[in-house]
Design a protein around this ligand. Sequence first.
Ligand SMILES: O=C[C@H](O)COP(=O)(O)O
Length: 257
Amino acid sequence: MPAPRPRVAIGVSLKMYLGPRRTREWFDEVLSLAADHPALASGTAELFVLPTFTELAALVAAAGDTGIAVGAQDLSWEDQGAYTGEVSGVALREIGCRYVEVGHAERRRLFTEDDRIVAAKLAAALRNQLEPVLCVGEPVRGTVEHAVEVCRAQLASALVNSASLPGPITLAYEPVWAIGAAEPAPHEHVRAVCAALRGDVAGRPGSRVIYGGSAGPGLYSALGGDADGLFLGRFAHDPAALRRVLDEVAEVEGVPA
Ligand SMILES: O=C[C@H](O)COP(=O)(O)O
């Protein structure tokens, strides 16, 4: 019997765009629009939010038992000790985070995170029972085959320390050239890459392949079920746009209004 399909994941990273006060205001609006939203209430979809570090505990408290998950945009590869300025997976777990992002293109490019660091951070997430949102993607626009090859190599390298660490992974396919752009990568490209990568995470039950990179309203329905969700950045800053994405998930997945 095939494994049940995991819940559609709609994730938002606020990166360093919104300050603390604005983050809390935004999240209050999100909580209102998410309350009783059919896509979430039916269990068809799940919403996770990755705010700035300073607001993690406040958002976990505000989310309460709504089912909306909160997570961090980064973590240390170590769990404890003399690592000035770092935040461990142990601490994130203790304050109620459920997700943590690992390997985003900006961390690789601006903070010199290489494959070795990404692998160490992925293991730190899994051993602390945090679901990693592992970002992979080709740096330059090219063919589907090239993108799949690059993503597979990044995934294999990221998992090198984690063979004995169980737990699902949310694999975020983020072509680097589509991050911060005016529009997402072409639908057919996204569909083909996401569909190809599904088999690569199938060994970890509950894992999903989602798409990020200028994602917004109108995209989920264009992906024809080949992606298990979206990872949103700028185009979720307007809570109304996030509502439209959830409406679309409900419509595509046939959830009664
Ligand atoms: O973390 C999210 C992605 O990097 C996408 O960001 P963006 O939608 O602002 O391009």
